[in-house]
Design a protein around this ligand. Structure first.
Ligand code: COA
Length: 323
């Protein structure tokens, strides 16, 4: 059985920056409220006409360049997204075509909202573990701004757009050490877009299929689930807190991130934080943060990294990897 290891990372943010100062003109909030309650100062918004596949392609090409491979060598593409270009085909298939790969290996999307990238890495890793693939592209990409009601102060302050990517290659040692995935659909109403193709389609037609959230309930659940998943990850691998070099958390709220870091006895300088500049980019947030810390030299070869995420569903999970 083979393992998967990361050989390239990439990230892309749309050009348009939306600051808290601008949000104050749109909804009844203050710059101070948003920054102190969430840690967010600004977020990026995709241009009109800019699609999830466009963001994904930028991030993917960077990751492929760093890996030093040709796109044709990829025999698996998995894209984590909740905001695909179309109902179908998948963003992964659109991306495969953009990358000039034809008659290639499997390409498909994974939808687990903000835990999407963690789920996608887990799925891709299983291809490596069964020797079903040699090189894989795993992307998290979102245009979440398209499913936000920009008059709802409960949600519009939180989210942004972006994409992050990794290229994985087969290896004789991990790489991806373990993954831990969970879901509990009982809580689907606490965080959702209650419209789609087969339910409340009229809201989609009116352009009113928006994210709804019971923020404080989600907050409590996220802190608990992310704390538990850290324990589960350490126990499964016989590790202690001090064995972990880096935490790359989903970037939803600095207070959720700090609570998980505390649980790991980690200083915040061992935690990769982008939430102040990116907001919550859902499935893109973890690979965007990972890419930043790899490219600026913080995360070094041989170091142990925990990625962890929480999102609608509810879904939550973690990845332990050795970079
Ligand atoms: N600006 C100003 N006031 C706001 C506000 C805003 N944007 N949004 C809510 N408020 C108000 C509320 O109306 C409430 O007022 P009240 O006390 O008069 O009723 C007060 O602020 C506190 O609201 P509450 O929802 O308890 O605040 P909070 O501290 O929980 O922060 C969130 C709200 C949304 C920032 C926080 O709950 C959160 O981050 N939740 C998790 C969100 C998340 O991570 N979602 C995605 C998961 S992947």
């Amino acid at each position: 059985m083979s393992y998967a290891r990361v050989i390239g990372t990439g990230g892309y943010l749309p050009e348009r920056i939306l600051t808290n100062a601008e949000l104050v003109k749109m909804v009844n909030t203050t710059e101070n409220w948003v920054e102190t309650r969430t840690g967010i100062r600004e977020r990026r918004i995709a241009a009109p006409g800019e699609r999830t596949s466009d963001l994904a392609e930028h991030a993917a090409r960077q990751a492929i360049d760093m890996a030093g491979i040709s796109p044709q060598e990829l025999d698996l593409i998995v894209v984590a997204t909740t905001t695909p270009d179309h109902v179908f085909p998948s963003v992964a298939c659109l991306l495969q075509d953009r990358l000039g790969i034809h008659n290639g290996g499997p390409a498909f999307d994974v939808q687990a909202v903000c835990t999407g990238f963690v789920y996608a890495i887990d799925v891709a890793n299983r291809f490596f573990r069964t020797d079903a693939c040699n090189k894989a592209l795993v992307v998290g990409a979102e245009t979440f701004s398209r499913i936000i009601d920009w008059t709802d102060r409960n949600t519009c302050i939180l989210f942004g757009d972006g994409a992050g990517a990794v290229v994985l290659e087969t290896a004789s040692e991990p790489g991806i050490v373990s993954s831990h995935l969970h879901a509990d659909g009982k809580y689907h109403e606490l965080l959702n877009v209650p419209a789609g193709v087969s339910a409340n389609y009229e809201q989609v037609l009116k352009g009113e299929a928006y994210t709804q959230m019971q923020g404080s309930e989600v907050f409590k659940w996220a802190v608990k689930a992310l704390g538990d998943i850290v324990d589960e990850t350490l126990q499964a691998n016989g590790l202690t807190k001090s064995d972990i070099d880096w935490l790359v958390p989903h970037q939803a709220n600095i207070r959720i991130i700090s609570a998980t870091a505390k649980k790991l006895n980690m200083d915040m300088d061992q935690v990769v934080v982008t939430v102040e500049r990116h907001g919550n980019t859902s499935a893109a947030s973890i690979p965007l943060a990972f890419n930043e810390a790899v490219r600026d030299g913080r995360i070094k070869r041989g170091q142990k990294v925990i990625m962890e995420g929480f999102g609608g569903g509810f879904t939550w999970g973690s990845i332990l990897l050795i970079y």
